[in-house]
Design a protein. Structure first.
Length: 155
């Protein structure tokens, strides 16, 4: 099935936040060849604030998963702002999901599923699921989740 990501976002009733601005010295997106690399993004909400807290301490696993989904929405907004049309994306290639987690929390993959499930909804299972890593760590400004990704662009 050929997914139109812009149409899918409307059908799913999703709200993309404003595209986030860089918070340091880096490019938020970079295209080289047919690949689009997206720098690590946080769970930016539509009101301009971030979902914060440590999963397993301040947030439940389910709240962490929602934060990862919110990262996906912020990332889609950033990509759209930089390349104009999400229809240019052929597929998700790689995801690195980082969870701000308590030392004894071990469900990092379940948290990052929030992002992965969103990408599958928007781009379809064939093109919305790529390779992935999910790890726990301390994150800047106590954001709940940070995710970076690599996408392949259509020719």
């Amino acid at each position: 099935m050929n997914y139109d990501p812009e149409l899918r976002i409307k059908e799913l009733g999703l709200e993309l936040p404003q595209a986030p601005k860089p918070m340091g010295v880096y490019k938020p997106v970079l295209i080289t060849g047919n690949f689009l690399y997206v720098s690590g993004q946080g769970p930016l909400k539509s009101d301009g604030t971030f979902i914060k807290g440590r999963v397993g301490n301040d947030l439940t696993m389910e709240q962490g998963k929602e934060a990862a989904r919110q990262v996906g929405l912020a990332m889609l907004s950033l990509i759209k702002a930089n390349i104009g049309d999400l229809g240019r994306i052929k597929r998700l290639v790689k995801t690195l999901g980082m969870v701000n987690s308590a030392p004894d929390f071990t469900m990092h993959p379940a948290v990052i599923n929030g992002f992965s499930e969103l990408m599958a909804e928007v781009f379809g299972e064939d093109n919305g699921i790529g390779v992935r890593s999910a790890v726990g760590m301390f994150l800047p400004n106590n954001i709940a989740v940070e995710i970076e990704a690599m996408f392949e662009l259509k020719d």
